[in-house]
Design a protein around this ligand. Sequence first.
Ligand code: NAD
Ligand code: UFG
Length: 340
Amino acid sequence: MKTKILVTGGTGYIGSHTVVELQNAGYEVVIIDNLSNSNIGVLDGINKITGIRPVFVEGDCTDINTLRKLFDENPGIKGIINFAASKAVGESVQKPLLYYKNNLNTLINLLELMPEYGVKGIVFSSSCTVYGEPDHNPINEGAPIKPATSPYGNTKQISEEIIEDYIRSGAPIKSILLRYFNPIGAHPSAEIGELPLGVPQNLVPYLTQTAAGIRKELTVFGDDYNTPDGSCIRDYIDVVDLAKAHVIAMKRMLDNNDTDSVEIFNLGTGRGLSVLELIASFERATGVKVPHKIGNRREGDIEKIWADPKKANEVLGWKAEVPVDETMKNAWTWQQKISK
Ligand code: NAD
Ligand code: UFG
């Protein structure tokens, strides 16, 4: 019998790619999503890639009764991957309570129900945002957690602490906290990808929309940073590589009795790229020019951060593999498909 996994936020960007990889690896997937930042058509995309339509529950994880009903109707769920969260940094500054309510209540409800329904482990989507502006790069999991600069970032820090406290209290569950660096790109089939609502706040969707002529030009937020070309540096990780790490984490958590009950892994490539280098990668990979100008710094931006992924490489046996030019090509193919 296939092991059953609940994926919250499974029609979202990273969730949908992870559902595909879980199905490819032989897991049975149940999705819950309230479609606040995704749409139901994503299920068709997943089905086209894997030939399997996952069980889908439209519902809100902040409602514990909805979750109870889901567990009652889908018995035998062994693991959870919790993607469901609100994720816009700027909006979280404007609407902090929405972020605390949505992100924390979702997690607390899931944790509360896990022992009752015999769910053994939860993989949690955390972020490199917990490191703030690092004192040095690359940064590993032992680096200090810096005070969060937004309510969104704070929800990630608090969520990590909630999970650790709960497990320390003796709760019979395990958890793997995955700190993502900057996920970008789309599935190479172009059946699923990122679907930003409104004007994109993140670099790659803004870039691909500019290349497609939807936006006039991309603004590079500052070229006077202390970096080789003056623009900020990030560790951009292909979304399919990222998705695969979740499958490995889930397997490790459920199949090994001798691993720690809470483990933390950075998920990045180990390579920092500047904004200008990423634009150059896109242009090289696609042959399409991206109109861009240099603008002011964006408030709150981190100058440079990239991962030391050694722990994930060695302990999980996972490594980011997709070359960034290929990732940019996939992002472009996806953009062309959705702007038709
Ligand atoms: P996304 O918005 O595409 O996916 C999140 C999904 O959760 C959406 O489909 C949304 O409709 C759903 N959702 C939100 N609140 C819900 C609720 N209460 N009940 C049910 N469904 C709900 O975001 P994503 O980029 O796929 O991110 C997934 C996770 O990874 C999030 O927790 C995010 O904070 C985290 N993360 C993302 C990034 C990034 O750059 N994309 C970086 C670090 C961490
Ligand atoms: N940038 C531009 N122009 C734009 C958009 C972004 O120059 O129009 C630059 C930013 O200044 C930054 C880089 O591109 O240097 C990446 O910016 P993103 O907004 O794409 O990503 P961030 O690293 O700022 O933040 C993202 C998510 C956070 C998450 C963090 C780490 O938005 O939620 O990655 O995972 F916490």
